[in-house]
Design a protein around this ligand. Structure first.
Ligand SMILES: Cc1cc2nc3c(=O)[nH]c(=O)nc-3n(C[C@H](O)[C@H](O)[C@H](O)COP(=O)(O)OP(=O)(O)OC[C@H]3O[C@@H](n4cnc5c(N)ncnc54)[C@H](O)[C@@H]3O)c2cc1C
Length: 287
């Protein structure tokens, strides 16, 4: 289908984009890579009167080292994030997840911030963002605020970003030396996950010193598998211990039922995927 008619502007600064959002209010929609927004417009599920394209704002693109965090500009394409050496060294879980995200064309157009702002609970980046305790920097008419990953994802396709605000960058606290593994279950290649588990761990002398696990498509937002984390912290990085702990992977989750699988199926399969993800992470950390 052809989208409903809309006006289009492409500001060159965040300030200009914010002013346009203020001016057009509910009638405006931000365009990043367009990989989720354009299908929505073409299906006429949304018909904004004004599209504000962030594609010409250079300040929103790129990856930089900022002391204790790696900062990813919201408009940085997935392909750039996936190939970035700073991200690979300090936030390896993101590198692993991006490698599994859609196909090369979509990774070239789609953006890191766009995918997180879209907040599809099946998205591949929400789990890693939760696991790494990412911080979301949001600009609005009153200035800039920072929101934790725990508070950023509010509900299905809903985040802490208000209608008059723009996500400008995502801060990934450094997890240098941590092993990382992203386990994704799909029916066909390059698809959204039926569910996915993102695990990152620090191992010291064969013991799991610290671990963080994010889940995708196990609820209306990306989740943390806190029960598994608690059960594993301070334990030997041993397969039987990990298997027993990962039996708790679905604790507190509200898995959906759809054509790809029932909630019961997901609740079972996530325990298997969690074991694989944790084993991959601890092995990557030298266990
Ligand atoms: C066929 C197909 C398969 C895919 N498979 C996967 C997959 O396996 N895993 C996965 O994770 N993703 C997948 N995606 C989605 C992909 O990751 C998109 O890049 C992502 O969902 C949206 O990013 P975008 O930059 O294209 O944002 P857009 O589509 O431009 O925007 C998405 C939404 O976020 C808002 N938005 C964007 N940027 C900002 C900002 N800076 N501040 C405030 N609001 C903003 C927009 O207004 C819009 O509502 C797939 C997409 C397609 C088309």
């Amino acid at each position: 289908m052809i989208p409903a008619p809309f006006d289009y502007i492409a500001p060159t600064s965040v300030e200009e984009a914010l002013a346009a959002l203020q001016q057009h209010g509910d009638d405006a929609k931000i365009l990043a890579g367009g990989q989720s927004l354009l299908p929505v417009l073409r299906m006429r599920l949304n018909a904004p009167e004004m599209i504000i394209d962030l594609g010409r704002i250079d300040a929103l693109r790129g990856v930089r080292d900022d002391g204790d965090a790696i900062v990813v500009g919201a408009m940085t394409p997935h392909s750039v994030v996936g190939a970035d050496p700073l991200v690979a060294e300090h936030a390896a879980l993101v590198t692993k997840a991006v490698a599994h995200l859609a196909d090369a064309q979509i990774r070239h157009r789609g953006t890191f911030g766009g995918a997180l702002a879209h907040a599809d609970p099946a998205g591949d980046l929400g789990g890693p963002a939760r696991a790494l305790d990412a911080q979301f920097v949001i600009a609005g008419p009153g200035g800039t605020r920072t929101v934790s990953a725990d508070d950023f994802f509010v509900d299905l396709f809903e985040t802490a970003i208000s209608d008059d605000e723009i996500l400008t960058e995502v801060r990934l606290p450094k997890h240098t030396g941590w092993g990382a593994h992203h386990e994704k279950m799909v029916r066909v290649a390059h698809q959204w996950p039926i569910c996915a588990v993102a695990a990152t761990a620090r191992v010291q002398d064969g013991t799991i010193a610290d671990i963080a696990i994010g889940l995708a498509n196990m609820g209306s937002t990306p989740l943390r598998a806190r029960g598994v984390e608690e059960a594993l912290r301070g334990q030997r990085a041993d397969e039987d211990v990990i298997r027993a702990a990962c039996a708790r992977a679905a604790e507190g989750a509200h898995a959906p039922s759809d054509l790809n699988g029932s909630a019961d199926y997901r609740n079972h399969v996530v325990t298997v995927m969690c074991r694989r993800a944790v084993l991959g992470a601890v092995q990557g950390a030298g266990a």
